[in-house]
Ligand binder design. Structure first.
Ligand SMILES: Cc1cc2nc3c(=O)[nH]c(=O)nc-3n(C[C@H](O)[C@H](O)[C@H](O)COP(=O)(O)OP(=O)(O)OC[C@H]3O[C@@H](n4cnc5c(N)ncnc54)[C@H](O)[C@@H]3O)c2cc1C
Length: 591
């Protein structure tokens, strides 16, 4: 079955190959039916729903207790740094001081390379472990991790293990393969072996979480660690092309794409407008196959099946390539080898998800760059559909610095309602801002990042409010969890206020808090000891392989000078307090 729609192709080719990445996911066209009562609070527009008196009293009491325990200025250093030795405080001060020196931050990679060469691998490793690595990374293997995880747990902070090998290092796997051989099949053999090794590491990570957290922790994973990054780029492009095609046919924008649908007649009219000739019977069959609920319309959710289950249906759309002189598929496809690699990557993921489920461990999928993200998000949502039937075992990550994040959350929330799965979300601001902006400028596409920090903050609040609103939606009630993953004190205070206003107890597991290991302990430990669900993202991995992560930490800390200043002040305050109170040797309390 082949349909030539050259006109459409030429008109939209530029859009289809554009890099304005918008994650494409399935969606709902149905509006929420039940009524809700809106009320305004100080910062946010919130929703209140009646809950039973008993439960409400208990919840109110729990919220009150936590709130009374918490110093929300996060300046009670005695409590916040209770779990830290004096050495750790001094190391923190030194590391943050180095992060404030612009020259060191800008040249950190070159300096690290030089140090490695000059000092030799063994000494370099030792020095890093005593300084930067020791501060930001919990260890090389599960044996080194366990004591740290247990210690944090004693002080009310749970762990999310994060094997912090970044795609920069993973790119080396591809390079290694490519430098040794030329044959694609051999590349496949080499890379697949490497990814299988990483799978084993992730499996051990799940074991560690299960051992250390008594079946209530999370393991974080970067999907690009399980397959060649190239696959994610290509799959993302396919997703964006398919999405752009739907927008073109229905005249949708990012903001209303989840509301639009198109009938057979309208679709045909559109094709005519594009002067595309088509055999009526072929089109009729095609439409019928795509219209999953047989309601005579194709909505975004039906259309999304072209990405996965019904991907052969997209092959009907072909175009004439003037360069090659051949008729080619309108939406690019994987080669046979890539198809195999992709299937292997998915199998690894399914193996991990099954394994984690068996061990009672949740999986938190990290968000990455926009050229990987549509693929990552799509794959994660597919996992949620399968594994989040009874609980929030899989959590996706949303980056508020992207212009399209609120609409992506809307799409996914509606999908979770339609397909009846638990929606789990880690909400971050986003870590790749400079890289994204530079890439957009170099390649001449619209910058996907919000125009200002204030716009990102506004997006963060809007996303959080939208998710919490869904918690009160009858259809999704008690099936929503969101992790406020941020070092921004305003965002944390805002979330605490939402818990109060909405009468959501910390033990309801609707809002969690998380900060990175080595950063903002004053927030995590204050929250944890006050009774909130506090987590630390705990990176681990071999020294050489986490260097890109450390480099990112230096850069990020360098650009957050205000935060850094406060943290340094607090560390110094606590050190002085201990010295003045005669605790030259400080012993971490056992409980
Ligand atoms: C537990 C945890 C998990 C994380 N997981 C991920 C992940 O999976 N993927 C990921 O990408 N990041 C992740 N991050 C990092 C996160 O995205 C942020 O980079 C980091 O936390 C800083 O943001 P903030 O909210 O903590 O602090 P803030 O200092 O309030 O915010 C800084 C952030 O604001 C945004 N910003 C700053 N200036 C501008 C500007 N001019 N225009 C637009 N936006 C601007 C940027 O995102 C910047 O990182 C994670 C962070 C935490 C704490």
């Amino acid at each position: 079955m082949s349909l030539n729609i050259c006109r459409l192709t030429f008109r939209y080719n530029s859009i289809l190959t554009s890099r304005s990445k918008v994650p494409f996911q399935a969606c709902l066209i149905y509006r929420q039916k039940h009524s809700i009562v809106q009320q305004k609070t100080q910062n946010v527009s919130t929703i209140s729903v009646p809950i039973s008196i008993n439960t409400q009293n208990e919840k109110v009491q729990e919220i009150k207790n936590c709130s009374n325990e918490l110093d929300s200025s996060f300046e009670n250093t005695k409590e916040a740094f209770k779990s830290k030795t004096n050495f750790e405080l001094i190391r923190g001060l030194l590391v943050f001081h180095l992060c404030s020196i612009d020259f060191l931050v800008r040249n950190n990679q070159r300096i690290l390379q030089f140090m490695r060469k000059f000092l030799g691998a063994a000494l370099f490793k030792r020095i890093l472990k005593l300084s930067f690595y020791g501060h930001f990374v919990a260890g090389e293997n599960t044996k080194e991790l366990l004591p740290i995880v247990r210690k944090m747990r004693k002080f009310g902070v749970q762990s999310i293990m994060d094997y912090s090998v970044e795609s920069d290092s993973l790119q080396n796997i591809e390079e290694k393969a490519a430098s040794e051989i030329v044959c694609e099949k051999k590349i496949l053999k080499i890379t697949e072996k490497e990814f299988d090794k990483i799978l084993k590491i992730f499996t051990k990570c799940i074991d560690t979480v299960a051992n250390a957290t008594k079946r209530e922790g999370f393991a974080a994973i970067k999907l690009t660690a399980l397959g060649r990054p190239h696959l994610f780029t290509k799959y993302s492009e396919m997703i964006v092309q398919i999405q752009t095609f739907f927008k073109a046919v229905t005249g949708s924008t990012d903001d209303d794409i989840f509301l639009n649908k198109i009938s057979k007649e309208e679709f045909l009219k559109r094709l005519e407008e594009f002067q595309i000739k088509i055999d009526n019977q072929v089109f009729e069959d095609w439409f019928k196959m795509l219209d999953s609920d047989d309601d005579g319309f194709i909505d975004y959710y039906d259309w999304e099946a072209l990405v996965n289950e019904k991907k052969e249906l997209i092959q009907m759309f072909t175009s004439f390539n003037v360069k090659t002189g051949r008729i080619e598929p309108l939406i690019q496809q994987f080669t046979d080898i890539e198809e195999k690699e992709f299937a292997n990557m998915k199998n690894r993921l399914i193996y991990l998800a099954d394994y984690a489920k068996e061990k009672g461990v949740g999986i938190m999928v990290d968000a990455e760059q926009t050229y990987y993200q549509p693929a990552i998000s799509q794959i994660t949502i597919d996992l949620m559909k399968k594994y989040n039937q009874d609980s929030c075992q899989i959590m996706n990550t949303y980056q508020a610095y992207l212009k399209t994040t609120l609409s992506n959350i809307e799409i996914d929330l509606r999908l979770s309602q339609r397909e009846n799965f638990y929606f789990g979300c880690k909400l971050v601001r986003g870590a790749y801002m400079e890289e994204e902006s530079k890439r957009a400028m170099d390649r001449g596409y619209e910058n996907p990042i919000n125009p200002s920090y204030e716009a990102t903050n506004e997006m963060y609040d809007k996303c959080l409010n939208r998710i919490i609103k869904e918690h009160h939606n009858e259809k999704n009630k008690n099936k929503i969890s969101v992790m406020v993953a941020s070092h921004n004190e305003e965002s944390i205070r805002n979330a605490i206020q939402i818990l109060k206003d909405e009468i959501i107890a910390p033990s309801d597991n609707v809002i969690y808090f998380a900060q990175l290991y080595g950063m903002c302990d004053q927030i995590s430990f204050s929250l944890g000891q006050a009774g909130y669900s506090a987590f630390k993202y705990v990176p681990y991995g071999p020294v050489e392989e986490v260097l890109p992560y450390l480099s990112r930490r230096a850069l990020e800390n360098g650009s957050m000078l205000q935060n850094l200043e406060k943290e340094r002040k607090l560390l110094w305050k606590e050190l002085k307090r201990r010295i003045l109170s005669g605790h030259l040797i400080y012993k971490v309390p056992s409980e």
